[in-house]
Design a protein around this ligand. Structure first.
Ligand code: XIL
Length: 381
């Protein structure tokens, strides 16, 4: 049998055809692009993409992104530790390359992220920094330099920034502490991050992004995020939207369609009611489905993933304040969940958490996304 790669190579070698044909072959029957389905509702559809050779470096994958998406976010390349691996050593190359490509294709780009609150995701050198006798001043200066450098570099190309990522500890709902929060206080540090972002990216939607879910195991996380959003509102911090990461599926015992699944969705709706009630917009920033409690059988598993997607989107897309949906990778083989230590299946089978399989063929999850968008109320204006 001829593999997808061999077909692509043969076509590219013969200089026969643009990227569209290998993709059409990979996909099977033509589907209306998700971005077009979304556009009819006043919404956008996108994905995370990394610069690596099996994503941006793979012409077929890139063509799939171009076909389905009018919005992307860099999976890792705009994180602080990627942009500045050592103090003052700036590496914008990979992000710039992807952004230039997106620009040429008319694809919008989100920024992810300016501050990632878990200490382990800060650049290691930030943790080792000696902030001297006036640590609050020094931290403020470091944050200012970081935001002005990064936002200054990317400029108006980024119309939406995840300014602060994952500030709430799911274990107790409290704000996480790190090298930057300790001298300033966590709330003041988050407030400052948003004020700096407003100053240096005045064109951008400013987003607080987190991974709370609807299940009981996530109750403290949800409560902590609501408390944080309320505090920020009170302070007048410039936060426009809550980013719903939407890493859904079997992180706990929740099963789609079960009583528990329905109860979780009811809790999720309550949460979204509160968030939108405070005046925040919403966006889905990192959708994928952990399938570790679904059966090994591929047809059953894909059906379960699609059902979970549809249930979740039916609730979440019912909020007209939500206009953007991004998945965290379009194809199973490149999903971060294949190697994420908290995620693995007991049977060690590869996960199937995204809308396309490793051969870039559409899965039932893609249909579930299309159907959910079609069923969603249209956005005005
Ligand atoms: C993940 C990437 O997908 C991995 O490649 C990386 O090793 C770790 O980070 N929440 C987020 C994303 O906000 O930045 C994370 O991305 C996934 C969870």
């Amino acid at each position: 049998m001829t593999s997808r790669r061999e077909i692509i190579k043969a076509l590219a070698g013969a200089a026969l055809l643009p990227g569209a044909l290998p993709l059409a072959r990979a996909q099977g029957p033509a589907h209306e692009p998700l971005k077009d389905i979304a556009a009819r509702k006043g919404m956008r559809f996108g994905t995370a993409i990394s610069h690596g050779r099996n994503q941006f470096g793979d012409p077929a994958y890139r063509a799939l992104v171009e076909r389905e998406c009018n919005l992307i976010v860099l999976e890792n390349e705009m994180k602080w530790q990627a942009l500045e691996p050592a103090p003052g050593k700036l590496e914008f190359g990979p992000a710039d390359e992807v952004i230039a490509w997106a620009r040429g294709k008319g694809i919008a780009v989100r920024g992810h992220n300016l501050f990632w609150q878990a200490e382990k995701w800060l650049p290691a050198w930030v943790g080792r920094q000696n902030f001297g006798p006036q640590p609050a001043k020094a931290v403020e200066q470091l944050m200012r330099t970081h935001v002005s450098t990064v936002c200054g570099h990317f400029g108006k190309a980024i119309k939406s920034w995840d300014v602060v990522n994952e500030a709430v500890d799911p274990a107790d709902g409290k704000l996480r502490q790190n090298a930057l929060t300790r001298p300033l206080g966590a709330l003041a540090q988050i407030d400052l991050a948003f004020r700096l972002a407003r100053e240096h990216a005045p064109q951008a939607q400013l987003v607080y992004n987190d991974y709370m879910r609807g299940d009981a195991g996530s109750a403290r996380h949800r409560a902590g995020v609501l408390t944080l959003l309320a505090e920020l509102k009170k302070r007048g911090t410039p936060v426009h939207a809550l980013g719903l990461q939407s890493h859904i599926g079997s992180w706990d015992l929740s099963d789609s369609g079960s009583d528990k699944g329905r109860a979780d969705l009811a809790e999720w709706r309550k949460f979204l009611d509160e968030v939108t009630g405070m005046g925040y917009d919403l966006l889905i920033t990192e959708l994928d489905v952990n399938d570790r409690r679904l059966p090994a059988d591929i047809a059953k598993r894909d059906a379960g993933v699609a059902a979970a997607t549809r249930d979740y989107l039916d609730v979440t897309l019912s909020y007209p304040r939500l206009r953007d949906i991004l998945v965290w990778g379009l194809a199973d083989n490149i999903s971060w969940l294949q190697t994420w230590y908290e995620a693995p299946r007991q049977d060690k089978l590869p996960m199937r958490p995204t809308p396309f399989d490793g051969e870039l063929k559409a899965k039932p999850m893609r249909q579930a996304i299309a159907d959910a968008i079609k069923a969603a109320p249209p956005r005005q204006g």
